[in-house]
Design a protein around this ligand. Structure first.
Ligand code: NAD
Ligand code: MG
Length: 378
């Protein structure tokens, strides 16, 4: 029997590496057919040596790569649409993942989607591509994996509310003024999850939760009034679904991406896996919940505003956030400037139309430009 082929886009990142760790336990079920990285030649070489995939691509980086490796961004689409690939794990960070998501869905692939930015920037187009090509999105994000698992065979008509949990990040208890002045080291010190730098900063501003609310809107077809965020510092309850009769189901587990990655590959089946960290209720101890402090974390409200506005507004939110986070990580702007830049971009560009890919990339570029201008980083 031919094993399902997997392409891992962003194999050198946090999700990509975790996925290869999971796949190493299931070599009898899946074949790795393609790996791609942005610029980490050394790690990509190691992965190629371990997995011998027939397709390898490096988007940027030095000339030191083997001649048979594909180069440049179009190689992502090539990897995502190969005939020997059935499942595309999109673990790229940022809007750079959108083209591959669209191409994979258009080619009828299953997309195990970690790259939530794809759905935020191009939600309607991504849905249309899946419809047209027969592709299926299965979320890797732990909250959305939890919701999918709680839903079982039930759809939007049976749901009253989604309750998305947030760890609250490293600044959960900090006064708003202190949050604004947080350093890069402070922001990268996440209490419960080890992740790439961009999403770790997004978790500190709560922009990540805004992206996840928009992601949930498109994945599960629910209105923004039906999606709530609650802070849960232990990151054990990965999210909850309230059904129309008032029953609430939750999915629990230790904070590890191994299970959501495995489930995205196997859904709706479940695969036995002795490597997934075991859950111990007594060890988990107290599970607590608290309201979001919107005064200290304005990015959540800004993103929800963008989601409700629709059109290109989510793309503006995402592009502005990516640009502001990059400037913060370069040490050029303060932590509090991230929200200022995002707010300025939304004020100026939230009304842009979003019907086509060209319109969305225009909105993305306009948002980034406004952030650089507003934050004095031209
Ligand atoms: P990361 O920075 O660790 O890895 C990103 C990967 O994408 C790398 O392999 C890099 O080479 C590649 N990449 C970066 N820019 C690229 C570009 N322009 N073109 C092509 N490839 C590029 O990030 P991560 O933490 O693994 O996150 C990846 C995605 O998964 C993000 O969308 C993030 O929001 C989402 N996600 C991550 C986690 C987590 O636990 N890390 C959890 C949920 C969702
Ligand atoms: Mg998440």
């Amino acid at each position: 029997m031919k094993l399902p082929g997997v392409a891992i886009l962003g194999s050198t990142g946090s999700i990509g590496k975790t996925a290869l760790r999971v796949l190493a336990r299931h070599r009898d079920r899946f074949m790795v057919r393609a790996v791609t990285a942005h610029a980490n030649v050394a790690l990509l070489r190691e992965q190629v040596a371990a997995w011998a995939p027939p397709f390898v691509a490096l988007v940027e980086g030095d000339g030191d790569a083997p001649a048979e490796w594909r180069r440049g961004a179009p190689a992502l689409v090539e990897a995502a649409t190969r005939p020997d690939v059935d499942v595309v794990l999109n673990a790229i960070v940022g809007a750079a993942g959108l083209d591959a998501t669209l191409a994979a869905l258009g080619a009828g692939k299953r997309v195990a989607l970690a790259n939530k930015e794809s759905l935020v920037v191009g939600g309607a187009l991504v849905e249309a591509a899946a419809q047209r090509g027969g592709g299926l999105i299965v979320p890797v994000d732990s909250e959305h994996s939890a919701i999918l698992q709680c839903l079982g065979t039930r759809g939007a008509a049976d749901v009253k509310r989604l309750i998305i949990t947030a760890s609250g990040g490293p600044f959960r208890e900090w006064p708003a003024e202190r949050v604004r002045a947080a350093t890069v080291a402070d922001a990268l010190n996440h209490p419960t999850w080890a992740m790439g730098r961009k999403i770790t900063v997004d978790s500190a501003t709560l922009a990540n939760k805004a992206l996840e609310v928009i992601e949930a809107h498109f994945l599960f077809g629910l209105g923004y009034d039906q999606i709530e965020v609650v802070v849960h510092p232990q990151s054990i309850v990965h999210s909850m679904v309230e059904f129309r009769d008032g029953s609430v189901l939750a999915q629990l587990g230790v904070p590890s991406m191994e299970l959501p990655i495995l489930y995205a590959l196997s859904h709706p089946e479940r695969i036995a896996d002795a490597g997934i960290p075991a859950f111990d209720a007594v060890q988990a101890g107290r599970l607590t919940f608290e309201a979001v402090r919107h005064d200290a974390f304005p990015c959540l409200g800004l993103g929800m505003r963008a989601g409700r506005a629709g059109g290109a507004a989510p793309a503006v939110f995402n592009g502005a956030n990516e640009e502001a986070v990059a400037l913060f990580l370069q040490g050029r702007v303060a932590f509090g400037a991230i929200a200022d830049g995002v707010a300025a971009a939304l004020d100026r560009h939230a009304g842009l139309p979003g019907g086509t890919l060209e319109a969305l990339w225009h909105a993305d570029a306009a948002a980034r430009e406004t952030v650089r201008e507003r934050l004095g980083c031209r």
